[in-house]
Write a protein that binds this ligand. Structure first.
Ligand code: PGA
Length: 223
């Protein structure tokens, strides 16, 4: 199973060091794939028992892009995994930039967790599947290092995950388009994680709030 933690704009360099130390110890023997996306200011140079990923980057190696982080900066921390298309970033940019990020990350062989998800309005209009298909149209669904995360916007940070039936329907649909491992994200917590991981085609979870405390994240991993 894949357990990914998106720490968003939380944790500092010093608090993430403690987080990583505790997680490293807990992961000395695990067969699961664990990915953590810390804020980029907190990237660690040390070798970890988990994969460090970047929440965001700019599709360049380096250059005149004020305030951005390029591949050169990710390389310094041996980061080979990126999150693209999270709804909190989609709200800030356009789809051309998402496509440029995907193409750049693919060209450089990064593991990509590509996030898609509809809002409540689209869900209530019964347009979820066509909306998600459109979001997937801009990327190479056969890319071998691709993971797709289904994260309905109405479930992110709300404490209310999508229903088992809705997740099942969506993952079934995505699996007809791509062989990539599929994650679910959106208010995953200790009360619903077992049920979510048992859903057909579900290869893991992308966790926000419930992974902010490392002890909680470890509990979720160890079941
Ligand atoms: P959440 O966030 O677990 O707090 O809902 C998930 C995410 O945004 O990836």
């Amino acid at each position: 199973m894949i357990f990914a933690a998106n720490l968003k704009c939380n944790h500092t360099r010093s608090s993430f060091k403690l987080y990583a130390n505790t997680l490293n110890k807990a992961l000395e023997s695990t067969n699961d794939e664990i990915i953590v996306f810390p804020p980029s200011i907190a990237f660690l140079e040390d070798k970890c028992n988990f994969i460090q990923g970047a929440q965001n980057f700019y599709p360049c190696v380096n250059g005149a892009f004020t305030g951005e982080i390029g591949k050169m900066h990710l390389d310094e921390f041996s980061i080979k995994c990126v999150l693209i298309g999270h709804s909190e970033r989609r709200a800030l940019g356009d789809e051309n930039l998402i496509k440029a990020k995907f193409d750049f990350a693919k060209e450089h062989g990064f593991k990509i967790i590509f996030c898609i998800g509809e809002d409540l309005e689209i869900k209530n209009q019964n347009k979820t599947l066509e909306f998600l298909e459109k979001q997937l149209k801009i990327i190479d669904l056969n890319y071998e290092n691709l993971i797709i995360a289904y994260e309905p916007i109405y479930s992110i940070g709300t404490g209310v995950s999508a229903t088992k039936e809705d997740i099942n329907k969506v993952l079934e649909f995505i699996s007809s388009l791509s062989k990539a491992p599929l994650l679910y994200g959106g208010s995953v917590n200790e009360n619903n994680i077992k049920e979510i991981l048992a859903i057909n085609h579900c290869s893991g979870v992308l966790i926000g709030s419930a992974a902010l405390k490392v002890e909680n994240f470890i509990k979720l991993i160890k079941g």
